[in-house]
Design a protein around this ligand. Structure first.
Ligand code: G3I
Length: 338
């Protein structure tokens, strides 16, 4: 009681609301009115799940196809929602012609041109970009910091600097983010990835190349612990670099859990709460974005198939758009009572 007598606010003092949102998958967006209604109802922020990736934009080398991205951007703007762009550079979701590139000069020319055209098109509309996605090796304790991609092979570590420098030059007002996953667990690989992420950010800042934040994808595993202390040290280290944090692809991979839906939903909500409570207690994220809204559409079930015939339940709404306990956790942060 002494602490309160000294006027120190209780742990759960009213906090500023945190924008909450979701990725939007174009097939569901176009084909399911309930999907669009849920995006409109539950999101302050929207990110095209796939339509700003090279695979969607660049079927042919000489042409850009913005049709999917334009639809989702227009929807978000019509609903007064903020937009995230995902992603200007990734080693996956690439059209075949990119993988056929053979020289440094060609890779740099294509990367710079792509970022200039895409960022310029949405200048002043997409406020935040995942400039690079998943450039860190899954486990840096085995073989060094960099993931083996066409960009790393042809450009070396400089591929990250070229991407950030080009994005900053094209839209100086955009917030530029390094986005990656597997930071959350108390495992040596996750600890090493947190260090590599900080090293990359520090190098960009030391070179005067604009970077504004780190994106934690936060694909949480239901059966794995959350490294609360490690995450809070990570948040303090980001503060030390003057960087923001945003949660960019939150969902819960429940393939190792028993089939019981109510049990899985309670456990997933508890995992999300433990994770967000740990982050928010140390640093207020700029946004909390889930990688979809309804279990009806998620990457998790296909990528992490369960041994039984139970369907994955990774997201805040079930397959019939009914709220699950995870939604209440997100809404707490959206209202500022988290
Ligand atoms: O829409 C087409 C459909 O018309 C076609 O019939 C079908 C079969 O070829 O493909 C459909 O597109 C697929 C798309 O998902 C549909 O949602 C693409 O092939 C498939 O590659 C794509 O997978 C996406 C994956 O990234 C690769 O881009 C997932 O939806 C998406 O959830 C996933 O998201 C990634 C993030 O970008 C980065 N972090 C990890 C996360 C999960 O893998």
């Amino acid at each position: 009681m002494v602490a309160l007598a000294a006027g120190i606010a209780p742990a759960r003092a009213a906090r500023r609301p945190i924008p909450v949102g979701s990725a939007a998958e174009i097939g569901a967006f176009r084909g399911d009115a309930r999907y669009r209604a849920a995006l409109k109802r539950y999101c302050d922020v929207v990110v095209p799940m796939n339509d700003l990736k090279w695979q969607a934009l660049r079927h042919e080398r000489a042409r850009f196809d913005f049709s999917g991205a334009d639809e989702i951007v227009a929807f978000a703007e019509a609903n007064g929602q903020a937009l995230r762009g995902h992603t200007l550079l990734w080693g996956e979701a690439l059209p075949p012609w990119v993988k056929e590139m053979t020289t440094r000069a060609e890779a740099e020319r294509e990367l710079v041109n792509h970022i200039e055209v895409v960022v310029d098109r949405y200048k002043g509309r997409i406020a935040t970009w995942d400039v690079v996605n998943e450039v860190i090796r899954y486990d840096p304790t085995e073989g060094g910091p960099w993931r083996d991609t066409i960009w790393q092979r042809l450009l070396g570590p400089e591929h990250v600097e070229i991407a950030f420098r080009t994005a900053a030059r094209t839209d100086p007002k955009a917030r530029l983010v390094l986005n990656d996953f597997h930071f959350e667990e108390p495992e040596p690989g996750a600890v090493a990835r947190r260090k590599v992420a900080l090293d990359i950010c520090r190098r960009l800042k030391d070179k005067g190349i604009p970077i504004h934040g780190l994106g934690m994808q936060a694909h949480l595993y239901a059966e794995k612990a959350i490294d609360v202390d490690g995450l809070q040290r990570f948040m303090r280290d980001l503060d030390g670099l003057g960087l923001d944090v945003e949660i960019t692809e939150l969902d819960v991979i429940d393939w190792k859990m028993p089939a019981d839906a109510a049990l899985r939903d309670r456990h997933a909500a508890a995992r999300v709460s433990t994770f967000l409570d740990a982050i928010v207690a140390a640093k207020r994220p700029r946004a909390i974005v889930t990688w979809g809204l309804s279990d009806r559409y998620s990457w998790v079930g296909e990528t992490f198939p369960r041994k039984d015939d139970a369907k994955a339940r990774p997201l805040p709404l079930d397959a019939d758009y009914r709220p699950k306990p995870m939604l209440a956790v997100l809404e707490r942060y959206r209202r500022g009572t988290g």
